[in-house]
Ligand binder design. Structure first.
Ligand SMILES: O=C(O)c1cc(=O)[nH]c(=O)n1[C@@H]1O[C@H](COP(=O)(O)O)[C@@H](O)[C@H]1O
Length: 284
């Protein structure tokens, strides 16, 4: 087990105290590559991702490269992702690799090796995971994360409108599926300080009650869906309530659309952080 001082949670808490506690996604959509005057190819991808790293890796707490946009360029795209992870981390950002992996446990173990074992070139500080093959199927990921001081963000209530049909379905015991996942996370993070390294993903667009005390999760709560998907910082108050101190707001296109100028990307991140900080009760 890793020393709690070097746990992902401890590093996230330290980064969030020293910098805007913001997660900025690196999502090189074809439309954004074009808008930045770049080709929809590995060279364009490389320039795009390096520009975001140059602009923000020494300023915000977390960068979240979206693996899909790198994978669509094949092995050359994956090579760019490897470089981005390394460069963002060496500039001081924590890297959350957004790969949303999930499978039977024995295969999850291989995903864990890819994204959480420090020997892997794709390892960041944390990875996103899907629990919809059963929460327990992610156990190998949790074990490797604990061993190496990494984090795992588990999808609970996602920002897309289609998610609710599955995630708000009510199980035989009366709990929603999302509620079950949050309870599992709460059990694993119980007693951890400053909080546990297993996070939940709760979309900022998820209207209506969650039916679970989110503060009990005692882990970071990634809130994507802000900006381009219509979520607003003000929505976080009702959604998270007493759990607001655990919230990590996430933006991709809202910030990325301001590139390729490095100064404009920085100004945009500063602007969204100011509006989030006032809602989250943090200093801007
Ligand atoms: O895990 C995620 O990051 C995620 C979960 C979720 O519920 N909704 C969601 O949009 N995301 C990711 O967050 C990013 C959102 O991008 P923007 O809508 O451009 O801010 C994308 O990379 C999504 O894949």
């Amino acid at each position: 087990m890793t020393d709690p001082q070097t746990s992902f949670a401890a590093r996230l808490a330290a980064a969030g105290a020293a910098r805007p506690a913001l997660c900025v996604g690196i999502d090189p959509h074809p439309g954004l590559l074009s808008a930045w005057g770049l080709g929809d190819d590995a060279a364009g991808l490389d320039r795009f991702a390096r520009t975001v790293v140059e602009a923000l890796a020494d300023r915000v707490a977390v960068l979240k490269p979206q693996s899909a946009f790198f994978e669509r360029h094949g092995s050359r795209g994956i090579a760019v992702l490897e470089t981005v992870i390394a460069e963002a981390r060496s500039a001081g950002a924590l890297v959350l690799v957004d790969a949303k992996r999930g499978d039977i446990g024995s295969t999850v173990a291989a995903y864990a090796d890819a994204y959480l074992d420090p020997a892997s070139p794709l390892a960041g500080d944390a990875v996103t995971a899907s629990p919809y093959l059963g929460f327990g199927s992610l156990e190998p990921m949790f074990e490797l994360a604990a061993k190496h001081g990494k984090g795992v963000f588990v999808l609970a209530l996602t920002s897309n409108p289609e998610g609710a049909g599955v995630q708000r379905a009510v199980a035989a015991d009366g709990r929603t599926v999302a509620g079950t996942i949050l309870a599992e996370l709460a059990a694993r993070n119980a007693g951890a300080t400053p909080f546990g390294s297993l996070g939940a993903v709760i979309g900022a667009t998820a209207a209506g009650g969650i039916g679970h005390d989110l503060a009990k999760v005692n882990g970071p709560l990634l809130a994507p869906g802000l900006g381009a998907q219509g979520g607003r910082p003000a929505d976080l108050t009702d959604l998270f309530g007493p759990a607001l101190p655990l919230v990590l707001p996430a933006y991709s296109r809202e910030i990325l659309q301001n590139g390729p100028a490095v100064d404009a990307l920085r100004a945009s991140a500063d602007t969204v952080w100011r509006s989030c900080a006032s809602v989250l009760g943090r200093s801007a």
